[in-house]
Every structure is written in structure tokens, then in C-alpha cells.
Design a binder for this molecule. Structure first.
Ligand code: ZN
Length: 479
């Protein structure tokens, strides 16, 4: 199965924003659909788009063309029908895995927007080395915050150890072989730099500053509020206790949705409710905006999320990122795992949390994976899911994600790793999680979602949100 091509994506974007006059649009649709390779996937957005244009079509093209387009588009399904057949009972273990896409409807910026925000903040500090780095990255089209923080981390680590620096030189530049003339030239230029004393303190200072800026950036997520997907999970938990939630998000949306309905949860740093049999597991793998740890004594603290949010909104927060450890006087920082390619190296305090995430994933009969992109960098999570799917051959995944390419990629990946893998164990729900998740969860509980019910959820959330501001990155905390 071929993925969705660039041409298809481009055409869909153009059609969505009404870039073409109607007759051109319909002709483009027909041309694309009749000429595309037979095995290229079709984006579920075609259903809506064709519905919109179809009524104008008789004026523009002959009826057999309309029939042909209908034939191609009507089999597209944004979700696998098997999803609606799933029924659970008390013994069925359900584990949610939430990624950035689950918080996107709450207005939280996705990873690809973070780097430009980071540079905006960096410019305010007025430090020459940061400005130079920003300019260098912009010139080379480096837009991924994960690449930047990872490189800064590796450099800081390598600069402290001469042997590692020279081994990096071997692996990356020469591999110990004879060099071509032009390679020699580049390496000689590089060597000049490397022979000069490496300024360890400035590299580590730069890394530190980048990480602090990242902490500042994410602390503005405090004002984000739960969206209908979070609410749907809470409503589900009320009826199905045998549920765990694993999330890679730092924001407090899921926590807040549970707190609002007074559902106790455990698994967080604070350790309260640990012995409460009614508490649901909420495992925040990458930390949380309301957790802090001390650089010196490793003491970890959890702060009351709703109180923190209130203080932030009333502009009474004096130390949004750094504080002082009461035990040892050391520097207290937010316990957030920055986007690094090897996250686990950073925070030994999170090992227990990561272990419980693995357990919650392995125990699940159904893994409901919402807005999680299975990125290359999250090797740990991808590996535990893959291990769990191969150990437990009746485990199923429901992938709620607006990227239509994700499920075909996963099916291919799991088939390659697991002998005789049945692709039907991965079920697709390719629609915004706010829309589809409430329907899926109700159906699993054997309930029907009525339109009034969906409206009442939105109304309930809206009422809450009117009191709070929209979570945008504000100019609020100048650095
Ligand atoms: Zn301390």
C-alpha cells in the first residue's frame, strides 16, 4: 500500500482553502483521482471535500465523470468498522496512550512550532551566542527543537571527555580511512576548531540556557484546559474502572479533567492515592508542568495543579520555572523531559514511572492510542508497545490520529517484526480525537452517542473555559 503522495496533500489543502474556482476544482479532482497510482491511499478528508463540490459538478462535468468520482471516493472510510463491534466487560483492561495530538485541540503548540517560539524568547535575552545559534539554525532550515536540544546535550557531554570527542571525530569524519582531498579540507578546517581548547563551560551554559528556555516555553501550558477527548476519557472511566492512562504530555489537561469530576488518580510523583483502590492510574512519562526536582539533592515535589493554574492566571507566579529547594537550598527546576532523542538518560527520578507505563501497556487488552505519532525519537515507547503486541497476541490497538498514513505504516512495521502478525489487530480511527473518541468509547461501553450528549459535553467544557483564558504562548514571562 502506497502512502498519500505530496500531490494529494497539496491538492487537498488547495481544495480545502478554496484556492480554485469551482470548475477548476472539480476538474482537478477528477484528473487526480483517475491518474493516481492504483495503490496510493486516499485521505479520509476526500469524503467531506467531495460532498462540498458534488452539487456543483453537474454544471461542470458529464454525469459519468461524477459517477466515476463517486466510485473512487465512496469506499474511503475514516475508521475501521470493526471498532464499532468492540464490546468490553469488567475484566477488559483498557490503557490509553496520549500524545501531543490529544492536547492539540486544547491549544497547545505542537513540537514543530516550539523552535520558533524558543528563538523568540532567546532574542529577548540579548545574548550573542544564542543569537548566532538561532541565525545558524534558521539559515540551514533546522526547525526541530528535538534535534537542537539533542545536539546541545551530546556536545556538552562529549566536550567533557577528550576520548569521546576524538572518537566522534573518527566515526563521523574519517572512519580511520584515507581521506579524499576535499574531505581533508573540511576536516582540517574542523580540526583547527577542535585543536583549540574546547570551552566546556560555554557549551554547558548554552545547553542549560536552551533547556531553561524550553521550560519557560512549556510553563505557559499551565493555562490550557481539557477538551472533549479528555472529557470522554473521564466519562469512560466513571463506568469502566479497569483503565489506565499513559501520557507523554506535560500539560495538566488530563489531570484537570479528572480533578473536575473528583476522580482520584495515582501514579504521579506525589504518591498520594497510591493505596486507594478506586484511584485510576495516570502515568505522565515525560513529567508534568506541576512537578519540580532539585538539581542537587534530587528531591521531587508535586504542586497542586489547579492552585498553580489559578496563581498563574492571576499573575501571582513569581518563579514560574526555577525555585529553591527547601531541603538543601539547591536549584529547583521543572521535571519535564525535554524533547531529546534519548530521554531516559536525563531523569533517573522517572524510572519508576516508566516501569509502570510499561506494565500498563503490557496488561492492556485494548490500547487506545490518541494523537501519538510513534516518532523515531520515542524508541522506548515504540519498543514496549511492540514487545507487548508480540507477547500478547490478542492485544489490539485503536489508533486515533488525523494522519491517514500512520496506520498503514504501523501495520507494515508490526508485520515486519512479529511473525504471522494479524494486521486487523491495529484499528484505524482517522478523525479529530474530539469528534471520534467520545463515539468510540461510548460504543465500547455499549452505549449510543446521541447528538444531545455530544452537545452537552461541549457545553460543559465551554462553560468552564469561559472562566479561563485560551492557552497561547504569551509574552507574559519575559526572559
Ligand atoms: Zn535539594
Amino acid at each position: 500500500m502506497m502512502e498519500i503522495s505530496k500531490e494529494q496533500k497539496y491538492l487537498l489543502d488547495m481544495l480545502k482553502t478554496h484556492e480554485y474556482p469551482i470548475h477548476t476544482a472539480i476538474r482537478r479532482i477528477f484528473e487526480f483521482l483517475s491518474e493516481k497510482p492504483e495503490d496510493e491511499l486516499l485521505d479520509p478528508r476526500w469524503l467531506d471535500i467531495w460532498n462540498r463540490y458534488k452539487r456543483y459538478a453537474p454544471r461542470v462535468v458529464p454525469s459519468k465523470v461524477i459517477k466515476k468520482i463517486d466510485e473512487i471516493i465512496s469506499p474511503i472510510k475514516p475508521y475501521d468498522e470493526e471498532i464499532w463491534k468492540i464490546k468490553i466487560d469488567e475484566g477488559t483492561k483498557v490503557t490509553f496512550l496520549l500524545g501531543a495530538g490529544a492536547s492539540a485541540p486544547s491549544g497547545i503548540p505542537t513540537v514543530d512550532k516550539l523552535l520558533s517560539e524558543l528563538w523568540k524568547r532567546a532574542r529577548k535575552i540579548g545574548r550573542e551566542d544564542l543569537d548566532r545559534l538561532a541565525e545558524w539554525c534558521e539559515k540551514r532550515g533546522i526547525t526541530n527543537i528535538e534535534d537542537l536540544l539533542t545536539a546541545a546535550y551530546i556536545s556538552n557531554f562529549a566536550a567533557r571527555n577528550r576520548n569521546i570527542t576524538s572518537l566522534l571525530d573518527y566515526f563521523i569524519f574519517s572512519g580511520g580511512r584515507e581521506l579524499l582531498e576535499e574531505e581533508e579540507y573540511f576536516i582540517r578546517r574542523g580540526r583547527l576548531l577542535r585543536n583549540a581548547e574546547i570551552d566546556v563551560s560555554s557549551i554547558s551554559f548554552l545547553q542549560d540556557t536552551l533547556q531553561t528556555l524550553f521550560g519557560l516555553l512549556t510553563s505557559t501550558m499551565i493555562s490550557a484546559s481539557p477538551n472533549p477527548a479528555h472529557q470522554a476519557i473521564v466519562d469512560f472511566i466513571k463506568e469502566h474502572k479497569n483503565t489506565s492512562i499513559v501520557t507523554t504530555n506535560y500539560d495538566g489537561c488530563m489531570d484537570e479533567a479528572l480533578l473536575r469530576e473528583k476522580i482520584p488518580f495515582k501514579g504521579t510523583i506525589g504518591g498520594k492515592n497510591e493505596n486507594n483502590p478506586n484511584a485510576v492510574q495516570l502515568i505522565k512519562m515525560h513529567g508534568s508542568i506541576n512537578w519540580a526536582y532539585c538539581d542537587s539533592c534530587q528531591d521531587v515535589q508535586e504542586f497542586d495543579l489547579l492552585e498553580l493554574k489559578k496563581i498563574y492566571e492571576e499573575d501571582r507566579l513569581s518563579y514560574p520555572v526555577m525555585g529553591i529547594c527547601k531541603k538543601c537550598g539547591g536549584l529547583r527546576r521543572p521535571l519535564l523531559v525535554p524533547p531529546l532523542s534519548f530521554k531516559f538518560l536525563m531523569f533517573p527520578n522517572l524510572i519508576d514511572i516508566w516501569n509502570s507505563a510499561r506494565q500498563a501497556i503490557e496488561e492492556a487488552d485494548y490500547l487506545i492510542i490518541v494523537g501519538y505519532s510513534f516518532s523515531e525519537a520515542d524508541t522506548y515507547i515504540t519498543k514496549i508497545i511492540s514487545r507487548s503486541m508480540s507477547m500478547k497476541n490478542n492485544q489490539k490497538m485503536i489508533i486515533v490520529n488525523t494522519n491517514p498514513n500512520l496506520v498503514p505504516i504501523l501495520r507494515e512495521r508490526f508485520s515486519a517484526h512479529i511473525d504471522g502478525f494479524n494486521e486487523k489487530r491495529i484499528l484505524k480511527a482517522c478523525e479529530s480525537c474530539e469528534q471520534i473518541l467520545p463515539k468510540i468509547l461510548n460504543s465500547m461501553l455499549g452505549k449510543r452517542t446521541s447528538a444531545t450528549k455530544t452537545r452537552s459535553i461541549s457545553k460543559k467544557l465551554k462553560k468552564h473555559d469561559e472562566k479561563t483564558r485560551c492557552p497561547t504562548i504569551t509574552e507574559h514571562q519575559c526572559v
